[in-house]
Design a protein around this ligand. Sequence first.
Ligand code: B4P
Length: 190
Amino acid sequence: MFNLILFGPPGAGKGTQAIKIAEKNNWVHVSTGDILRMEVKQETTLGLKVKAVMEAGHLVSDELLIEIMESVFRKHSSAGGFVLDGFPRTLNQAKALDKMLETLRQKVSLVLSLDVNETELVNRLLKRAQEQGRKDDTEDVVRNRLVQYHQHTRPLIDYYKGQKLFKEAFGEGSVDDIFLTLCNVIEGKE
Ligand code: B4P
């Protein structure tokens, strides 16, 4: 089983690329952002709990995220691989993921990070705000999401570098060119 973590700041294109990678390899794409947005849309108990947190650009609690991911792994117990998009985002989540995979006798295979400069990130998300009206894509909230990324998520780079699992790819340019680069890294050609 190949367990890929697609890593990077908000707007780096994790979701965009994760869909393509999962489709090509027949792996399960898990976007915690999509799962949470669906809960909000359906106004479930969980959705009502996380709505304000997400709209402010904060991170949802580790406890809830770990519960969500445990149920994802239970649901897809016979999957050939996973593309994790947006999880883990904190050190606690990363450690919990290691434990979840350990019980399945699995490990993280690769952490692949998309490198995109901050001006481009903000521009992409503001463009998406115009096109899709996502409540967390306004300029103030985007800036807060970047702060959250630097405070809580970026430190994971050292965690995974320590395990020799971390690789980085340039995330600017056309979606197809970036996809090709990512496929080459996953297949060990770059
Ligand atoms: P996410 O849904 O994960 O949001 P994201 O970081 O903005 O997405 P991504 O990097 O995937 O960008 P995308 O491909 O869409 O999280 C949203 C919120 O959910 C978080 O703020 C948090 O509150 C909560 N959450 C989720 N997971 C959590 C966790 N584990 N712990 C705690 N809280 C959690 O691309 C962005 C835009 O760029 C798109 O419009 C796209 O079309 C465009 N784009 C992509 N590639 C491009 C390219 N090459 N050139 C130009 N534009 C491009």
